[in-house]
Ligand binder design. Sequence first.
Ligand SMILES: [Zn+2]
Length: 305
Amino acid sequence: MAGLIRTILLFSACVIHSVHANPLQRIEVSKNVFALIGPMEQRSETNLANNANFGFIVGERGVVLIDSGGTLKGAKAIEAQIRAVTDKPVVLVINTGGQDHRWFGNRYFAEQGIRTLTSEQTLADQQARGDAQMASTSRYTGESWHGTDVMPAKEMVSAVTDISVEGIQLQLIPVGPAHTGGETLVWLPESGVLFSGDVVYMDRMLGVGPQSQHLAWIEAFKVIQQLKPGKIVPGHGQPTDLTGAERDTYRYLRFLRSAVGQLLENGEDMSATSSIDQSAFSYLSVYEQIHARNAQRVFEEMEWE
Ligand SMILES: [Zn+2]
C-alpha cells in the first residue's frame, strides 16, 4: 500500500511538474552548442511567450546566448536551461530578429552587465514594432508578463561580422527582411551549425504576415544555401539539415510565388488565391489557420512588383 501511495505521489508530482515545467526542450546539436526548442503553439501564460527556438554556446569561460525570450520569466527559464549545463556566465546575447521572443528578455541579461547585440535592420524592427508587440504579448501572457520591461539590443553590426568570444568563433550575417523587417543569421563555421532565426520554419507552416517580404525571404534563404550548414536550428520546429529546411520553408515560399504569379498573369484578383491547391503542405502544423492568408499576402506584394 505504501508503495502504491508513493507511486501515486510520484505520478502526481510528475503531472504538476509537466504543467509548470520549463517547456523548452534542450538538444546538444554539436559539442557545446545547444538548441532550446520551444512549443509551436500561440503565446500563453504557461509558455511565457517562449514559443520559439533559442540557443546557446558554451565557450572557455562564458556562454553566448541566441535570443533572450518573450518575457522576463521567459528569460529566466532560458537561463535555467543554461544553468542545467554549465555555471559559466552568459557574456553575450545575440538577437536574430525583431519578434518579441527574440529580444523581450534583453533587459534581464543587460542588467547583469551582459552585452546585447544584433544587426542594424533587426534593431530597426525592434524599435519600430516594440510597442505594438508589447501590447499583444502582455495580453497573451497575462500574469506571466509581470516584470517584463523591453529593451532593444544595445549594440549592432551593419554587415557580415566575425566575432570571437571565449574561444567561440561565430559570424553574424544580416540578411534583411524575410519573416520580419530584418533577420540576422548566427553561423558557427567550425561546427557547421546555423541558427537561422525566422528565416527557417520547420514542422509548422511559415507565416507570411503584414511585416513579411516573401521575395526577400527567398533571397535570404539562398544565403543559407551558400553556407551549406550541416545542421540548422530553425526559428520554430525541430533542428534539421539543409534538405529539411528546403522542404518546409524554401519550397513553400517558391510554390506560393509561382502559384500567385500564375493568377496575376491570368488577370485574376485576390479572391482567386483561394483556388490555389496548397495541400502538398498540409502536413505542416497550423496549415489550416494560415495557408489562405499566406497566399493573400503574397498576392498583395506581387501586385506591386
Ligand atoms: Zn517566430
